[in-house]
Design a protein around this ligand. Structure first.
Ligand code: ATP
Ligand code: MG
Length: 312
């Protein structure tokens, strides 16, 4: 009788869970990570089952993130090849036209050469953007942080942009509510990249006859908030949370006509976060988009205090 009881006990508390564990291991070996092994006992075997379950979940998580990463890379390669193929096909076509003598007048030849130049430029921009993203993603872009006068900086930016805006029939409104002496700590070159990316998008996605872009600077305590608003096509609510993700383009088919790799805002986000700021977007489809970002103010008194406490 004792032997029977002992056998049942050994079977229920040791052999059965061990069998389940073995089955689980085999499932994992075959690539099925959904087989869960749970034990209702609290002894060593129960602990082993718990550890096994933890390992399974961790493994599943790792494999899923690996699959997502591979999918992203696949998508990236297909995006890049698509984006490179379009200008390359045009370059090939126009070069053939020149060689075959289709462009028989000087005017035509000049037009063909100019198109080849523009398309080659597009490729060059794309390659530059990709290599910059790769570098900034691994934190190998050296920043040169300096204190910058915010108003002077934006006035220079606006002056540079004005000519371009006039040609494109876009009205530029600049509202500066900050103190003229406000300074921020930033890398002027990288900050320019952010502004150009955001304004470049606004220009690209403006669909109204009379385009309008408004830049609004505002003081919000120890930060300044920069708002760039356009009256373009806007972004659908379901796309809004993803526009700062790398390679994300809202409605890929529509955007393929507009060009772009979907890296602009991802780069901008990384740069702003490396400046200890925040970037976000609000949008109303059909009406327009607002992109906001913040920059840390340079506060002389605070900086002095920090330096003094540092020296002490
Ligand atoms: P890239 O900037 O690399 O040339 P892109 O402009 O497509 O390509 P992002 O700048 O990262 O990529 O923008 C991501 C997506 O967000 C865009 O494809 C577009 O769908 C949407 N988007 C961004 N800004 C605007 C805007 N101002 N108006 C409408 N849609 C926008
Ligand atoms: Mg862009």
């Amino acid at each position: 009788f004792t032997a029977v009881i002992l056998t049942i006990w050994i079977y229920r508390s040791i052999l059965s869970p061990l069998n389940r564990l073995r089955k689980g291991m085999n499932r994992i070996k075959e690539g099925d990570l959904d087989y869960s092994v749970v034990s209702d006992t609290d002894d060593e075997i129960g602990q082993l089952c718990e550890d096994f379950e933890e390992m399974r979940l961790r493994l599943k998580e790792l494999i899923n993130s690996r699959l997502a990463y591979e999918e992203e890379i696949r998508e990236l390669i297909s995006n890049i090849s698509h984006d490179l193929k379009t200008p390359l096909t045009a370059i090939k076509g126009y070069a053939e036209g020149l060689i075959d003598g289709v462009a028989d007048t000087e005017q035509k030849q000049e037009k063909y050469l100019k198109t080849i130049m523009t398309k080659a430029n597009d490729i060059s921009i794309l390659v530059d953007e990709l290599s910059f993203y790769a570098r900034i993603d691994c934190n190998t872009v050296p920043y040169s942080f300096k204190e910058i006068n915010l108003s002077d900086y934006f006035n220079d930016c606006i002056e540079e942009l004005n000519f371009d805006f006039e040609i494109k029939n876009i009205e530029l409104i600049f509202e500066n509510e900050t103190d003229p002496d406000t300074r921020v700590i930033a890398d002027a070159e990288q900050l320019k990249r952010v502004i150009n990316n955001i304004i470049g998008n606004s220009i690209k996605y403006i669909d109204k006859k009379k385009g309008r872009i408004r830049i609004h600077l505002q003081d919000i305590g120890s930060f300044v908030q920069i708002e760039i608003e356009d009256n373009g096509i806007g972004i659908h609510e379901s796309d809004l949370p993803y526009i700062f993700d790398r390679f994300y383009r809202a409605d890929a088919s529509r955007n393929s006509r507009k060009g772009g790799s979907g890296l602009g805002l991802a780069i901008s986000k990384k740069i702003i976060e490396d400046h200890s700021g925040r970037i976000w977007a609000e949008s109303e489809p059909g009406k327009g988009t607002k992109i906001y970002f913040t920059l840390k103010k340079y506060e002389k008194d605070r900086q002095l205090q920090i330096n003094q406490s540092g020296n002490a």
